[in-house]
Design a protein around this ligand. Structure first.
Ligand code: BTN
Length: 231
């Protein structure tokens, strides 16, 4: 349960700042108005100008650690629904799309006994670089400007609710499946062991990805980075 929120004007990466707080053993959120060296997955940079929400959640989950990235995606979808957005989808497990473009990226890293779950949500950004033409922001979709503190408070409220449910009675996968894109599509999954290609067959009750490989075999993956081959 996140009870403490620590704010910064600027940091290198909230993921790194969060590590300094892990020894305190308390679940908390580290938030920055901008990051100089925001990190994405697979060593990609995450551009972090003012106007976006950049936070890292320090978590000590009792169970379901592999579900944290997908849980965070579900939190973002529920948050954006509260703000009236539709056409939301999740690409298992870490990316949230709005009207087919990426609006939020999530990275989960294990550090000592903690999971540090970094969330970057494009909010008031009025443009995205040309090189990121598959990206969007809330402002680009709605034309409105948003109060970042209000969005942060809602995000933490929804996170605490769903994180509590996940660790007590559990959350049924069908809650998440409603939003999952990519079923039936050919994808590449980047794992710690390498890259595998397959067709997305299902996301099962463990919230794991079931891929059908070229030999027809079904294989289960708990974590990885999915790349769509066709948009
Ligand atoms: C991705 O889509 O590749 C993941 C992007 C994660 C970005 C967030 S912003 C807050 C936190 N701090 C970082 O340096 N990265 C994450």
């Amino acid at each position: 349960m996140i009870k403490k929120v620590i704010h910064y004007k600027e940091v290198g990466s909230t993921q790194d700042t969060a590590k300094r707080f892990v020894s305190q053993g308390e679940e908390a959120a580290i938030v920055a108005q901008r990051q100089k060296r925001g990190r994405g997955r697979q060593g990609r940079p995450w551009l972090s100008p003012p106007g976006g929400l950049y936070l890292s959640l320090i978590l000590f989950p009792h169970m379901h650690m592999t579900s944290i990235p997908l849980l965070a995606s579900l939190v973002i979808v529920k948050l954006l629904e509260e703000y009236g957005f539709v056409k939301l989808s999740i690409l298992w497990p870490n990316d949230v799309f709005l009207e087919g473009k990426k609006v939020c990226g999530i990275i989960c890293e294990q550090y000592k006994k903690a999971v540090i779950c970094g969330i970057g949500l494009n909010i008031n950004n009025e443009k995205v670089p040309k090189s990121l033409d598959q990206a969007t922001s809330l402002n680009l979709v709605s034309g409105h400007r948003y109060d970042l503190d209000e969005i942060l408070n809602s995000l933490i409220r929804i996170f605490n609710q769903l994180y509590g449910e996940l660790q007590s009675e559990g959350i049924e996968i069908k809650e998440v499946l409603n939003y999952c894109a990519g079923l039936g599509e050919t994808v590449e999954l980047v794992t710690a062991k390498g890259i595998v290609r397959g067709i997305v067959h299902d996301i099962d009750e463990d919230w794991a990805l079931i891929l059908r490989d070229e030999t027809g075999m079904l294989k289960k993956y708990y974590y990885g980075d999915v790349r769509r081959l066709v948009w």
